[in-house]
Design a binder for this molecule. Structure first.
Ligand code: SF4
Length: 85
């Protein structure tokens, strides 16, 4: 995705945060909670979440969601690929 399309990221509350908080080498519940607390006060949370879900971002905290939470949102229980039908 061209950088211009995610220019809203420059207004993100995480712009001054340590990237390790959002893209940790070793994720932990405490790190996720701290990152989500930053997201909770972010003015572009909805845009960030929509982008991450539509782009299929597989790493890091985006829009207050972990990779596992985004996967569950994209592929809820019972979902299966139409190609697998
Ligand atoms: S929602 Fe979270 S990850 Fe997205 S821009 Fe805001 S602070 Fe950063």
């Amino acid at each position: 995705m061209p950088l211009g399309e995610i220019s809203w990221l420059r207004r993100g509350a995480c712009r001054t945060s340590d990237p390790e908080l959002f893209f940790p080498l070793a994720p932990s519940p405490g790190q996720e909670a701290r990152a989500k607390a930053v997201c909770a006060g972010c003015q572009v949370l909805d845009q960030c979440r929509d982008y991450a879900l539509s782009a299929g971002e597989s790493e890091g905290i985006w829009g207050g969601m972990t990779p596992v939470e985004r996967r569950r949102a994209r592929f809820p229980t019972g979902w299966h690929s139409p190609a697998a039908s």
